[in-house]
Ligand binder design. Structure first.
Ligand SMILES: Nc1ncnc2c1ncn2[C@@H]1O[C@H](COP(=O)(O)OP(=O)(O)OP(=O)(O)O)[C@@H](O)[C@H]1O
Ligand SMILES: [Mg+2]
Length: 227
């Protein structure tokens, strides 16, 4: 099912931080949402997730910081049960072992609270929670920001392999074009609360049209990074 959202916008403290934006996401689509810090990527991610959920789509959101998704006073087991119930499963019904293995967090102690896990493990735990129930779309906001480059690359590899068997589409929010270049087919470039350019990843990287896309793709040292 192609997901469509139209006229998404956001105003905070009287300032428009997201100008009316429409987008379509194909099944199995791999889209990168890129732009400099403060360009509105996370805002668009939040507004998009809310809009699609209101339409009845099953959408999972991995927020920029694990702290947005994890309550410091609750155990990881509690979070896991909540995530299961949220998608209509009875507690214990999700394939926890499979997801944990896919994201290499088998060693994590579920009795602990978030601070008993490293931030990188927390981030992958939040990804695993998001994948319970195979959503139509997963929105990942800077999913590897707490990970070192080697673990970041491995995590994206694991996630991608996991998604290969599913219909789930992915929006990868990042300012890291290296990550985007490797993992997405289509790029959407944001600048000052507007979607200013979109197209095939290779086209935008090779022939950027707008000032923002040119600036982002000018930093080509990302090609040397492992992720
Ligand atoms: N709740 C809020 N109240 C006021 N301003 C906000 C709020 N949330 C975001 N903004 C502003 O909106 C703009 C876009 O923020 P947003 O977090 O979406 O950017 P971003 O592209 O995700 O940045 P980053 O790469 O740093 O995560 C920024 O100027 C930010 O300061
Ligand atoms: Mg952000």
């Amino acid at each position: 099912m192609t997901l469509k959202a139209t006229g998404l916008s956001a105003v905070r403290l009287g300032r428009t931080i997201l100008h009316p934006t429409s987008l379509e996401i194909e099944p199995r689509g791999r889209i990168g949402l890129v732009g400099v810090s403060g360009s509105g990527k996370s805002t668009l991610g939040h507004v998009l997730v809310d809009d699609l959920k209101a339409q009845g789509a099953s959408v999972a959101h991995v927020p920029q910081s694990p702290a947005e998704a994890l309550d410091p006073l609750r155990s990881m087991a509690f979070h896991w049960r909540e995530a299961e119930v949220a998608v209509g499963l009875v507690p214990g019904a999700a394939d926890q072992a499979g997801l944990f293995q896919a994201l290499r967090i088998e060693g994590g102690d579920l009795r602990k609270r978030p601070w008993g896990w490293s931030r990188g493990m927390q981030q992958r735990f939040v990804m695993a929670m998001a994948l319970i129930g195979s959503p139509d779309l997963i929105v990942l906001d800077e999913p590897t920001s707490a990970l070192d480059p080697v673990v970041a690359a491995a995590t994206m590899e694991l996630l991608s392999t996991f998604l290969d068997d599913k219909e789930t589409s992915m929006i990868l929010i990042t300012h890291d074009l290296g990550l985007a270049a490797r993992w997405v087919d289509r790029l959407m470039v944001m600048d000052a609360g507007r979607l200013v350019e979109q197209g095939r990843t290779a086209d935008i990287l090779e022939r950027p049209q707008t000032r923002s896309a040119k600036a982002l793709s000018a930093h080509r040292n990302w090609l040397a990074l492992p992720c």
